[in-house]
Design a protein around this ligand. Structure first.
Ligand SMILES: [Zn+2]
Length: 479
């Protein structure tokens, strides 16, 4: 049988970090006492009217701009009807056939649509559930009810669980850098659903999809999608067919349970919200949204790759704007050193040195200025000091800041060049002191050189350059 490829689309709900709710003036806050942020509008008393939150619309337009979407000149709010205790109106105000934004992209993945809606209230289940006369009960906290949401729906362009999780991270970082949401997955301000199907590799048709609901971390998203892909592949291999259903992934047990099948799927009986006029952003609003965009991670990654950085290093930097700015200052200051070398020092040696020192700050908040890191990298690259000495100087910079050249001087770390003969005589002594290793090297055992290199490094306290030492040993052995 042909290999089955994964076809994955994501639906992401982003809570907007506005001061007030989508259609009323109630304050938004997380973790307050239940039901203190409510009013007749968000509790759906009779006769009240919704008033759209302008800030939420401006934030949604920024998301639309960041995702390169087309914005509808007149998008429509609809009522999505369903009956459940988290929703006092018995409908959610959402958008349906004409969403605010459509046809965008982020990186390689196309965005189908992005629309505005309001969140439901929060249900809290206590005691034993599922028993009418038991101790179980469901409580409702209406503080969250009416929070502005943007729902972002991708095209089914993702081809694997890891790719889906990585892209979702990029989306979260993009939204975070816009400053329109705190994108905290644990608190539910970013929620991810995945539509998962498989099809014979090379086919253009879509298989029957299942929907994985509400994965609250990228790791669970990846594991849930992996588990569901495996289930579908095994099912098809055994001659079965995938049924359309909604699934819950339990990260503890790794199991998938069905929440509802196609037959039980809701019919939401959408109809236009009669209490709201169409949403028609002005040219000025659209222009402001575009102009307010910072340089977004996806754009930065491509710029860095263009500058010669490896894609994974570029991604690490671009998803941390403070460190990225730090890197750019260091790269500008480092004369005669390639940007990719500076990037490796920032994401590798400096990050490790900060961890080693239990530093609570990133590179940007540390005592190592971008200019001093640049000077240090130039010393190592110019072979003025060895790489090992470079790490020693970096540890000193992390602890006390300062000028790398002065630290080299103070600690006596200046490199030993072969020109003054001192290194050559130390190498000669080390070769003589390790006759067995010398014989093994001559016999073709390349690994044996480590013993002599180690001896030289101990003698020179790491000041000698490893490559230079290796070259000298081989030359003394006549190789
Ligand atoms: Zn309210």
């Amino acid at each position: 049988m042909a290999e089955l490829e994964a076809v994955i689309g994501l639906e992401i709900h982003v809570q907007l970090a506005t001061k007030t709710k989508m259609f009323c003036g109630c304050e938004l806050s997380f973790g307050d006492e239940p039901n203190v942020h409510t009013c007749p509008v968000c509790l759906a008393h009779p006769g009240v009217l919704p008033v759209p939150n302008e800030q939420a619309i401006l934030y949604a337009l920024q998301i639309a701009a960041a995702l390169e979407c087309e914005v509808a000149p007149r998008s429509i709010f609809h009522r999505k009807n369903y009956f459940y205790p988290d929703n006092p109106k018995a409908y959610q105000i959402s958008q349906y056939d004409i969403p605010l934004a459509s046809n965008g992209r982020l990186g390689e993945i196309r965005i189908h649509r992005a629309h505005l809606e309001e969140d439901a209230a929060k249900m809290i289940h206590v005691g034993e559930s599922g028993r009418i006369h038991g101790s179980g009960a469901s409580l409702v906290d209406f503080n969250r009810g009416g929070t502005p949401l943007v729902e972002i729906v991708t095209e089914p362009d993702l081809r694997g669980a890891a790719e889906a999780a990585e892209w979702a991270r990029l989306l979260r970082e993009t939204v975070r850098q816009l400053g329109v949401s705190d994108v905290n997955m644990e608190e539910g301000s970013l929620r991810v659903d995945a539509n998962v199907s498989v099809r014979p590799a090379g086919s253009e048709e879509l298989g029957t999809k299942t929907e994985l609901k509400n994965m609250n971390s990228f790791r669970f998203l990846q594991r849930g999608v992996e588990a569901e892909l495996e289930r579908q592949r095994e099912l098809i291999a055994a001659g079965g067919t995938v049924e359309q259903e909604t699934l819950h992934f339990d990260p503890q047990s790794g199991s998938l349970t069905s929440l509802r099948s196609k037959e039980e799927a809701h019919d939401y009986r959408y109809f236009p919200e009669p209490d709201l006029v169409p949403l028609a952003p002005t040219e000025e609003m659209l222009r402001d949204a575009r102009e307010a965009l910072p340089e977004l991670p996806a754009v930065r990654i491509e710029r860095y790759v263009g500058d010669g950085l490896a894609r994974d290093v570029a991604t690490v930097l671009a998803t941390d704007p403070e460190t990225a700015d730090y890197f750019e200052r260091a790269a500008t200051a480092a004369s005669g050193v390639e940007a990719k070398t500076v990037a490796i020092w920032v994401t590798g040696e400096l990050a490790a040195a900060l961890r080693q020192a239990d530093s609570e700050t990133g590179a940007a908040g540390s005592k190592v200025s971008p200019e001093s890191l640049a000077a240090l990298v130039a010393l190592v690259q110019g072979k003025k000091i060895s790489h090992g000495s470079g790490k020693t100087v970096l540890a000193a910079l992390v602890a006390e800041g300062g000028d790398p050249a002065a630290i080299v001087e103070r600690e006596g770390l200046a490199g030993m060049s072969s020109e003054d003969g001192e290194l050559e005589s130390i190498v000669a002594a080390a070769v003589e002191a390790n006759p067995e290793a010398a014989e093994q090297i001559k016999a073709g055992n390349g690994k044996a050189i480590g013993a002599i290199v180690g001896a030289v490094m101990r003698e020179t306290k790491g000041r000698a350059d490893g490559g230079e030492v290796t070259r000298l040993i081989r030359s003394q052995l006549g190789l």
